[in-house]
Design a protein around this ligand. Sequence first.
Ligand SMILES: Cc1cc2nc3c(=O)[nH]c(=O)nc-3n(C[C@H](O)[C@H](O)[C@H](O)COP(=O)(O)OP(=O)(O)OC[C@H]3O[C@@H](n4cnc5c(N)ncnc54)[C@H](O)[C@@H]3O)c2cc1C
Length: 450
Amino acid sequence: MITRRSLLAGSALAVLFGASGSAGAQTGSLPWRNWSGRLLAHPAGRFAPATESELIDWIRSSSGPMRPVGAGHSFTPLVPTDGHLLVLDRMNGLIDHDPATLQASFGAGTRLSSLGPALEAVGQGPLILPDIDRQTLAGAISTGTHGTGLDLHSLSGNVTGLRMVTAAGDALSITEASDPDLFRAACVSVGALGILTEIRLQNRTAYRLKARNWAAPIDEVLENFETSAASHRHFEMFPLTHSDYALVLAIDETDEPIDNPPLSPEEEAAFGEAMRAWMDIPPGDRRPLINGLAEQIEPSVTIDASYRILSNVRSNRFNEMEYAVPREVGAECVREVLDTIARENIDVVFPLEYRYVRGDDLWLSMDEGGDRAAISVHRTADQDYRPLFDAVEPIFWKYGGRPHWGKVHSLGHSELTRLYPKFEAFRAIRAELDPQGRLLNDHLKKLFGV
Ligand SMILES: Cc1cc2nc3c(=O)[nH]c(=O)nc-3n(C[C@H](O)[C@H](O)[C@H](O)COP(=O)(O)OP(=O)(O)OC[C@H]3O[C@@H](n4cnc5c(N)ncnc54)[C@H](O)[C@@H]3O)c2cc1C
């Protein structure tokens, strides 16, 4: 049986994409690599503080470049440095929580996978999570990491307070009330303002979700997207390139009992066999085969604790480009991306991802100023992503897209200034907090025109 879950599952994709193995273990002070394996750095050393005061002492007694690193799941060179990497892994876990406001504070190095269980133990649940949960909380909010939902902000939009140590070694407690400008700058800051040590999140009561997956014609899903997004807590689609079909995912709250069995070996094997045939033929001839396959996909339903439904596993390495365009032009933009891939015969089999994120007022949030449609294209890590990304990036620009900070893009300071009304204000705060530029690397210099 072929299901959308099996399509996205690790082993089926390994068959489908001939995916590479692991990016390689990193030990001691060996070179650093990001998750996809494309980015490599040779840091002078790593420092992993257990407490904020250890971090302050280290910063005050050291000199030279430094970059905070999370789980290395960004595809852009935000982290690489030949100075020191600051690893917050030891500053993790629930610090405190408030049953009245349903807020909770976590160490900045907390993995997203630990949030759900820790919150559940105190009767809370995360409002949103992204597709996977291996990232650190600080890394995720620093790039504006999001899930989907017409009424749901990115993770950064649910931050209510932060603690941050500046490049001068000063510890700041930041809330909207204490310093609205710094708060709006620090909630999405690509690690350019300081080292986050603690993050407070707005949550809700613990809850259970029911996910339904099926395949449907892309045109039909896009035509009804607004209504579908309004009638489900989460609604998104994964258009299959060189086909007329998309995999569709709708998630809603439920009280029904947990039903979330692991994928059966039969499910995975059936899909793998079908896909092998698909990969053997040129992209231009694939449409009938993929359409036929999509029509066979059995709808599936899973029910579990919210955090187990919201995030999945992506065990095969890839590189990704994602732009957030104004919601009202999202359908037109994703159609043009799909048409371009088909017309230019680009040999990509990885599905796109199309989802809505609620607007916010955070200065460097992709969703600043209004709701956005996030559109992603992927290429397996062992393939050259340039033919695909070079062909689609200008389409995103045409529709006023803003790039995800953690995903491949080619923009620099002048374009970003035009895309973000508060970009210059952010630059001013950055220069004030880090006048020596200890937190800059080559990529950040390009972003901020330093
Ligand atoms: C398989 C996969 C699936 C993904 N799915 C989604 C998705 O559904 N939605 C989405 O929006 N994104 C998604 N992403 C992107 C990912 O969430 C972001 O790139 C995120 O920033 C990665 O977090 P990280 O902990 O790995 O941080 P890193 O990549 O290590 O760092 C990201 C940034 O955070 C900064 N940083 C890290 N720690 C700190 C700190 N303590 N203080 C200050 N700055 C810090 C770094 O300097 C850097 O600028 C996905 C990525 C992958 C690989």
